[in-house]
Design a protein around this ligand. Structure first.
Ligand code: ATP
Ligand code: MG
Length: 286
């Protein structure tokens, strides 16, 4: 997709004042996940094998190894600067790494033969900032990559996009522009947009940390539903309530290393490392 900025026409419809805002359609029943991707026991979906990465002389990741099985939800936490974002960006090759290997399904991420646009089209990514195209309507945001990257016909792309918009409770907003939606609503659109590509895994990097507190819940609700539908997910977040509810495992990173990689029950029960214990006690104070 091109990053050339395009002139952003001013949306013709004024922002609806909150008192008159159409209420969200509410969560529809039905899976968020393509049934073909639904939970099937076993099978490694993401294998991160001894990766190390440097920015110049600075080593940002040191010998990181972990696996995410199909249908598994892995929460990644740790102090600021510990390498969480860098690690998940390596999974869809947004960041190169110098040592080790990452395999997504059967595709080796750093292999010269790998078709990166194709890999990225199957690895959904949701960032802290929603990064919707401001000059495109919500429907256009939901369909553009389906059409340009996957070559889906317009009608099919629209059907899939609008279906997912309904699933995240936002049918009423299909013709609006991103700037007319709240942060929480925009983030739900960003999730729907990623799902529209039929991803085999979803990566989230602090998807709720830029939101006003009252909007965090609606985004987490969509993510919980997605997890329960069997999506394979790697989620960088400090929302420990979410981790307790749906994570299978928790990875704790510090200074570029995976210090702890434990089942949720073990991590919250008694983290092994002192660093994880200190981190948990700090964030759980609030
Ligand atoms: N492009 C870059 N060039 C140089 N150093 C970088 C670059 N991006 C990140 N870093 C450094 O790499 C380290 C890890 O950064 P990263 O963003 O992965 O941390 P993080 O755990 O996601 O932190 P946060 O919780 O603040 O988001 C930090 O010390 C950061 O300053
Ligand atoms: Mg980060």
């Amino acid at each position: 997709m091109t990053s050339t900025p395009m002139p952003a026409p001013t949306p013709s419809t004024p922002v609806t004042p909150p008192s008159q805002a159409p209420t969200d359609a509410g969560f529809q029943t039905g899976p968020l996940v393509d049934p073909a991707q639904a939970k099937v026991p076993g099978g490694t979906m993401i294998a991160i094998d001894a990766i190390s990465k440097w920015y110049g002389d600075f080593q940002v990741l040191t010998n990181c190894t972990t696996k995410v099985s199909k249908g598994e939800v892995v929460v990644v936490c740790g102090p600021s600067g510990s390498g969480k974002s860098t690690l998940i960006k390596c999974v869809n090759a947004l960041e190169p790494f110098q040592k080790g290997q990452i395999t997504v399904a059967d595709t080796k991420v750093m292999d010269k033969a790998t078709n990166l646009p194709k890999l990225r089209s199957r690895v959904g990514m949701v960032f802290q900032h929603f990064e919707l195209f401001p000059h495109l309507s919500i429907t256009e945001n939901l369909t553009i990559a389906q059409r340009k990257v996957l070559g889906r016909p317009k009608e099919d792309a629209q059907k899939r996009g609008l279906d997912l918009l309904a699933r995240v409770g936002l049918s009423a907003h299909a013709n609006k522009y991103p700037g007319q939606l709240s942060g929480g609503q925009q983030q739900r659109v960003a999730i729907a947009r990623a799902l529209a590509m039929n991803p085999i895994v979803m990566l989230f990097d602090e998807p709720t940390s830029a939101l006003d507190p009252e909007m965090v819940g609606e985004v987490l609700d969509v993510m919980v539903e997605l997890a329960r539908d069997g999506m394979t997910m790697m989620v960088v977040t400090h929302e420990m309530g979410f981790a307790r509810k749906v994570a299978d495992r928790v990875i704790f990173m510090d200074r570029g290393e995976i210090v702890e990689d434990a089942k949720k029950e073990d991590f919250f029960g008694q983290p092994r490392s002192e660093r994880a214990q200190q981190f948990l006690s700090k964030i759980l104070q609030h």
